[in-house]
Each structure stands twice: as structure tokens, then as C-alpha cells.
Design a protein around this ligand. Structure first.
Ligand code: PLP
Length: 410
């Protein structure tokens, strides 16, 4: 009998994984662990996970739904017909865009799941995917895992954190198959106008590039945007809300949009979102998903229906909370001399690092000297270097305490 230690070849993991960018936060994590062990009173302004609970009426709806036998079996498919119908109604009301629930909507296990898988549905090895930098990391990692090549598009304050599509070289354009966009934007908080979506649509048609717009923060907005953002036949009073990419003429012919219940209804743990728009893309992603998962738990889909039908008041409460936190924290940071980038949306604050420190250096200092966790900007791409991101996921008194601690950092 062969000994278990005898090997015919080395057993390894996939080469694909080796293509992923290195994990940048090793030192920071180690220091965080050490601080926690010391019992430090840490203020967490790092990860984008709401501290507020899921609204009570939704928790109660879910508790009822849990008891239904039909939800105890595989959910399968594109999502329940009732949820897809409700999404179409919500979309029509919110964006004045008509969607066919059968062919243009696909329920996701949180929007991240669809974002991560869409490069598998649309690209082949050798294709290029255009990815915003800084940007939500799965645009880049999902592309690499699919075997395609990310090409980074710098976002900066000079261009309102919008990519300059005219600056992309012809040789890149030739191979480009998919463009990721994300407005309201993580990490910068920028909002795109409908004019920008209109221009992007024209560009995408001309260059035969699919557009995947991530609108996970569409309901987290605060200030009135510019008049150019007015959208179709919506009331003037409603125009301060961020537009949908699908409102652009021809948008649905060239793209899809991702949505999430995670941030709007404090439901990050529930894992439910959707993608909607171009039927060919929806069908391709659905085919990928049929081979990876078996859908969202039925009781959660039923709860999502309640959220979309009756959740507007809860969403307004959420905005009220973050608006107040935002005013407190941004004002405080500015008084301390921080160079905070202006923004109109999301619960993120994107700020330049003080004294020319690097992103990593700044976050380490904040942790060591103030027991404060923030996210280094370079974690969102090389163009995020020199910035850090604060998330407003603690109550106002803790934000005041954070400001007090920041005032002592040298
Ligand atoms: C820009 C962006 N898109 C999508 C997501 C994913 O959200 P979920 O998978 O919870 O819907 C996040 C989460 O932080 C995000 O920041």
C-alpha cells in the first residue's frame, strides 16, 4: 500500500486566484487585532454596513413568511413573479422607466453576487472590462476571476468623479466589452447626471460596449443635484433624486442596472437585490446563475416585496439619520482642516489625507493614536492613494467623540 505522504504531483489551488490583487490591509488588520485585544474603545468608520436595524415591519413580515411551507423548498428561477412585478412597479414609480418583469428583471443574492458574476456572462479571456478607479473592488476582481482584463478609468474631483470615456485609447476600446459605472458612487459619494448617462449611452452604442451600472446607493441621497439631473416626466420636486442609467435614451438597449435592498432598508445581512435592463444580458447572467446558485430564500423575497411596496417612510428615516450624521462629521472635519471632497450621496465621506501622508499611513495613525477605523483609499484602486474613506455607521455622539480624537492627531 502507498504511503499517504507519497505524491505524484504537487496539489495546488487555481492560477486564477493568483491574478487577484494582493491584500493590502495585512498590517492594518494586525494592528486592529492587537488594539481589540488591548480592549481599546474602537470607533468603527470602516466597512459600509449600516448600524441601524432592519425596519420592524419587515422583520415581522419575514417572521410570518418563514412559517409558509412553500418557502422551505428551492426558490429557483429568476426570482418570484410577485417580486419581479413589484420591482417593475417600483421602477416605474421611482424612475418612470417601464420594465418587463419576465425578461428584464433578475433577482440576486445581493447586488454583489450579480456584479461579481456579470463578467462571466459577458466576457471571454482577452476581453477588456473598463473599471472605475477608485471603485468597489468586485468590478476588478470579478473581471479577473472571469479571465478578462480590467482597464482602470481614473475618477477625480476635477471631472466630478466621472470617467473621461473620450480619453480611452483606441487599442483598449477595440477589446473593451463591458463598462462598470457606479452612481451614487462608493467611495466618493458623487452622483452622475442624466446628461452623463445620455452621453455614456451614445458612446457605448458607438463602441459596442455593454454598460453595467451599479445603483446600490440610489436611495441614499441628500442634497439637490443640478437642474440637468431632472428626469423625464417626474415631478420637479422629485428631481433631486439620483437618476437611473435606464432613463437615458437607448440605455436599456446597451446596459443593465444593479439595485440592492441592503442600504436602503438596512438589510445587508438578508442578501437580496436585483439587476434589470437589457433582456439579452439578463438572460446571460441568469444562465450563469442557474449553474451556481438556487435563488434567494422565498421568505426573504416576500419581505423584499413589503419593503418596496411600503418602505418609503423607512427610507426617508434612513436619509434623515445619515443627513444629520453627515452634517456633523463633515463640518467637524472641515473645522479640523481636513480636505473633504464635496458629495451629495451615500454614507461615505471621501477625504484627502492630512500632511501628505499615504492612505495606509493615515489609517494606521488613526487606529494607533485615536482607536478609529477608516478605510485606506488605495484599497479601491491606485487612484485612491492619498485619500481615506469614513463611513457614517455610528450615532452622532460617537461621531463627535471621533472628531474629538481626530483633533489630537499630529
Ligand atoms: C458600490 C456597491 N455596490 C454593491 C454593493 C453590494 O451590496 P449588496 O451585495 O449588499 O447588495 C456594495 C456594498 O457595499 C457597494 O458598495
Amino acid at each position: 500500500m502507498e504511503s499517504v505522504s507519497e505524491k505524484s504531483k504537487e496539489i495546488t489551488v487555481s492560477d486564477r486566484l493568483k491574478k487577484l490583487p494582493p491584500y493590502l490591509f495585512v498590517d492594518l488588520d494586525r494592528k486592529k487585532e492587537a488594539k481589540l485585544k488591548e480592549g481599546a474603545d474602537i470607533i468603527h468608520l470602516g466597512i459600509g454596513d449600516p448600524d441601524l436595524p432592519t425596519p420592524k415591519f419587515l422583520v415581522e413580515a419575514a417572521a410570518e413568511a418563514l412559517k409558509k411551507k412553500e418557502h422551505h423548498r428551492y426558490p429557483l428561477g429568476k426570482g418570484s413573479p410577485e417580486l419581479r412585478e413589484t420591482i417593475a412597479e417600483w421602477y416605474q414609480k421611482r424612475f418612470a422607466v417601464r420594465l418587463d418583469p419576465n425578461s428584464e428583471i433578475l433577482v440576486l443574492i445581493g447586488s454583489k453576487e450579480g456584479i461579481g458574476h456579470i463578467p462571466i456572462a459577458l466576457t471571454d479571456p482577452g476581453d477588456i472590462v473598463l473599471v472605475p478607479d477608485p471603485g468597489y473592488p468586485p468590478y476588478r476582481t470579478g473581471t479577473l476571476l472571469a479571465g478578462a482584463e480590467p482597464h482602470l478609468l481614473p475618477l477625480n474631483s476635477k471631472n466630478g468623479f466621472l470617467p473621461d470615456l473620450t480619453a480611452i485609447k483606441g487599442s483598449v476600446l477595440k477589446k473593451a466589452k463591458l463598462l462598470f459605472l457606479n452612481y451614487p458612487n462608493n467611495p466618493t459619494g458623487a452622483v452622475a447626471s442624466l446628461d452623463f448617462f445620455q452621453e455614456t449611452t451614445k458612446w457605448a452604442h458607438k463602441n459596442s460596449v455593454w454598460v453595467a451600472h451599479d445603483a446600490a446607493y440610489s436611495e441614499m441621497y441628500f442634497d439637490p443635484p443640478s437642474p440637468s439631473q431632472s428626469c423625464g416626466d417626474l415631478e420637479a420636486s422629485e428631481t433631486r433624486r439620483p437618476p437611473s442609467f435606464l432613463q437615458a435614451q437607448g440605455g436599456k438597449e446597451i446596459g443593465v442596472e444593479f439595485h440592492s435592498l441592503s442600504k436602503t432598508f438596512n438589510m445587508t445581512g438578508w442578501r437580496v437585490g436585483w439587476v434589470c435592463g437589457n433582456a439579452k444580458v439578463i438572460s446571460a447572467l441568469s444562465q450563469v446563475k442557474d449553474n451556481y446558485d438556487s435563488g434567494v430564500f422565498g421568505a426573504i423575497q416576500e419581505t423584499a416585496i413589503q419593503a418596496l411596496k411600503f418602505g418609503e417612510k423607512a427610507a426617508e428615516e434612513m436619509r434623515k439619520t445619515y443627513r444629520a450624521r453627515r452634517e456633523t462629521f463633515v463640518e467637524g472635519l472641515k473645522k479640523l482642516g481636513w480636505n473633504v471632497l464635496a458629495s451629495q450621496s451615500t454614507f461615505y465621506i471621501w477625504t484627502r489625507t492630512p500632511h501628505g501622508w499615504s492612505s495606509q499611513e493615515t489609517c494606521e495613525k488613526l487606529l494607533e493614536e485615536a482607536s478609529l477605523i477608516a478605510t485606506p483609499g488605495d484599497g479601491f484602486g491606485p487612484n485612491g492613494e492619498g485619500f481615506i474613506r469614513f463611513t457614517l455607521t455610528v450615532p452622532e455622539p460617537r461621531l463627535q467623540e471621533a472628531l474629538e480624537r481626530l483633533s489630537k492627531i499630529k
